[in-house]
Design a protein around this ligand. Structure first.
Ligand SMILES: [Mg+2]
Length: 430
């Protein structure tokens, strides 16, 4: 696994806006400042609090609480319905500020972003003043009621962890000098991306704390997690970057076959050979615990003719059958476009090959790494409850919000894809 290395001067800032939705409302409405505010999808008796203000949090108001319960707890609570356009506007302004400091800004969600400063170390020797300058610029140019917590570390994961430690308005540097002290005060589930299931798995293997996780043998962790993810935990806690740039020993995988004269005579056999090649790739990607984002198919015919097809996947692929079906379907579509009746599999075919590239680790496909799992579970629960109550038109997850008029834009939890298209790497957003 020596393909991983700490780039010298690696530096990442993670910027997390505090109580973002509520703060935006308080920014725009002076009356709301200093008051406990609860942003809700709707403000009926059983409306759910989806974003309590900093003041409301101090009074015990939590995400997912029903409004009637919240008002009982805090009678002066001001409930507000969401105004997604407002949050998007503020988000855009904040991202513009961040891009002044680095050309590598990765929005993580509507209220979070990763700012990579590794290539800017000649300009920024010390990163704490950079973080303070970001806070100041947001305060002065976007809104004086907006606060953020910033984490600074050599990798995105530890920067995110740092941003979680002090809220609101935190600034935490995680470095080789203080990481052990910081980790010694945390539980496994305090690490973003470690849910209860993963924590249990680790505990079963004798890893009880984040500090033990940091010092455990990576091969042992791989066995305990039953995947490469174990290695990734080792790498993250030891300052390597595995989250903004995934480096794999395998840049691509190929499977190809020269075809014999007898094989060429049967389209069914040719099709089966392609199927086998796809299955071979599936087996190898599964072995490496990766999914691919792109694939390349080629077929060589007599007299040097070739057919080629480059495929890009919205959702990363590992399944060989899916890959096989896709190759066939696209070949048929292309043939239709070209008004050609010639099949991909004809007796002129001399060789076939398929390659897959742009790998991402399977665990990152399966869940969002930085997601606070508890919060996510709760949001999902709230989401389905609301849906039951009000029907699917009224409530949607960010991923479901689309440009289509019938789909009402209620709120975009998490994903900012609708704002950015594909700027955010796939595995980082929903
Ligand atoms: Mg936040």
């Amino acid at each position: 696994m020596n393909e991983f290395s700490i780039p010298p001067g690696a530096a990442v800032l993670f910027v997390d806006m505090n109580s973002f939705f509520a703060s935006c409302e308080q920014q725009d409405n002076f009356y709301l400042r200093g008051r406990p505010v609860a942003v809700c999808v709707y403000t009926g008796e059983y409306g759910c609090v989806i974003a309590p203000s900093i003041e409301a949090k101090k009074r015990g108001i939590k995400l997912g609480m029903r409004l009637n319960e919240a008002v009982r707890l805090c009678p002066e609570l001001v409930p507000l319905t969401t105004t997604p356009d407002k949050y998007r506007d503020y988000h855009t302004k904040i991202m513009q500020i961040l891009r002044r400091f680095s050309d590598q800004v990765i929005p993580r969600s509507i209220d979070e972003a990763i700012v990579i400063l590794s290539n800017h170390r000649l300009i920024y020797h010390d990163l704490e003043p950079v973080a303070r300058a970001i806070k100041k610029a947001i305060h002065q140019e976007v809104g004086d009621y907006l606060q953020c917590s910033i984490g600074i570390a050599p990798n995105a994961f530890l920067a995110k962890l740092g941003s979680d430690l002090i809220k609101p308005n935190g600034l935490t540097v995680i470095s080789p000098g203080n990481i052990d002290l910081i980790l010694s005060q945390l539980e496994l589930t305090d690490l973003p991306g470690i849910g209860h299931g993963m924590a249990q798995r680790l505990q079963k293997a004798g890893i009880e704390t984040p500090l033990q996780l940091r010092y455990a043998d990576p091969e042992f962790l791989r066995a305990a997690c039953r995947s490469i993810v174990g290695w990734h935990w080792h790498l993250r806690l030891n300052f390597y970057e595995v989250d903004t740039e995934y480096t794999s020993a395998y840049k691509s995988m190929q499977a190809m076959r020269q075809l014999s004269r007898s094989q060429r005579r049967s389209p069914e056999i040719l099709q089966q050979i392609l199927f086998m090649l796809c299955q071979t790739l599936e087996r190898r990607t599964v072995q490496q615990s990766v999914f691919c984002k792109t694939a390349h198919f080629w077929a060589k015919y007599e007299e040097g003719r070739t057919y080629q097809d480059d495929m890009q996947f919205q959702t990363p692929v590992q399944d060989g059958v899916a890959l096989f079906n896709l190759v066939l379907k696209r070949a048929q579509t292309k043939a239709q476009w070209n008004h050609s009746s010639e099949s991909l599999f004809n007796s002129g075919l001399v060789a076939l090959g398929i390659g897959v590239h742009q790998f991402i680790p399977d665990q990152l496909v399966q869940y969002q790494l930085f997601e606070d799992n508890v919060r996510k579970d709760k949001l999902r629960k709230v989401y389905y409850e609301l849906r039951d109550k009000h029907g699917s038109r009224k409530v949607m997850r960010g991923a479901e919000v689309s440009e289509n008029p019938p789909l009402q834009d209620v709120i975009g939890f998490g994903s900012v894809k609708d704002l950015y298209g594909r700027i955010t790497p796939d595995w980082m957003s929903e």
